[in-house]
Design a protein around this ligand. Structure first.
Ligand code: MG
Ligand code: ZN
Length: 233
């Protein structure tokens, strides 16, 4: 039970109505069906699909740009934002096969959006498909997309206290990346604190600190993907 003063907890009574609960359940169930179909289709094409989740501005697209410069595997990207093609354009400029989803009002991607995007793309020869989710540490964690792995990013300017504040998100992670590692001293960011709090939630999960500026951690990041690619062969 919450130990804080109850008057500070704001809740929407509509969300507790049986009808609302039933609708939410249906939405999530139909999303799960679409996610299962997505994964089957990725498997048939021997594509490893990775869902990237984090707050806005933590460096998901920057990670992908740096990955494009260093990776030996061939990858494509589905970008999710509410508006604009900015992120897909950044990757297209580097020669990466990228497709932008604009969600309009939705603050997360859903499995059918990913399927529609994948249908528009030429994924021949692609080994890894990154899905860059809408920037948000909350609801993307609740919508399966059919990807094989979840990678959650936390940038050093956001602060080292986020893992236990957003446990639902961090519990979905197969890997946690601390981004903008070169700025850690400037923001009094403790990599050890994050690593230990991630372990507290999920002991088997690795936390890797990376910097797209200095290249720190990229060997580990790329090795993580390579290991999963090999395991699937
Ligand atoms: Mg982005
Ligand atoms: Zn959402």
């Amino acid at each position: 039970m919450p130990t804080v003063n109850n008057s500070t907890i704001v809740s929407n009574p509509n969300l507790k109505q049986p009808k609302t609960i039933a609708i939410m359940k249906r939405v999530l169930e139909s999303n799960d069906q679409n996610a299962i179909a997505n994964q089957r289709s990725f498997d048939e094409r021997h594509i490893l699909a990775i869902n990237l989740m984090s707050s806005p501005g933590s460096g998901k697209t920057t990670l992908l740009e740096a990955t494009a410069r260093k990776a030996k595997f061939k990858f494509a990207v589905i970008e999710g934002d509410m508006e604009t093609n900015r992120d897909a354009d950044r990757l297209l400029k580097l020669g990466v096969n990228a497709y932008q989803i604009c969600t309009g009002t939705a603050c997360h991607l859903e499995a059918d959006m990913v399927r529609n995007a994948a249908d528009q793309m030429n994924l021949n020869g692609i080994e890894v498909l990154f899905v860059e989710n809408v920037g948000n540490l909350v609801c993307p964690a609740s919508y399966e997309l059919g990807t094989h792995l979840n990678v959650v990013l936390l940038s050093t300017p956001e602060g080292d206290d986020k893992v236990l504040k957003y446990p639902v998100m961090f519990r979905t992670a197969d890997l946690v990346l601390i981004t903008k590692a070169e700025l850690a001293p400037m923001f009094d960011f403790s990599v050890d604190r994050v690593r230990s709090e991630v372990r507290q939630l999920k002991p088997e999960i690795k936390t890797v600190a990376v910097s797209a500026k200095t290249g720190e951690g990229f060997d580990d990041w790329l090795a993580f993907i390579e290991a999963h690619l090999q395991a699937r062969q």
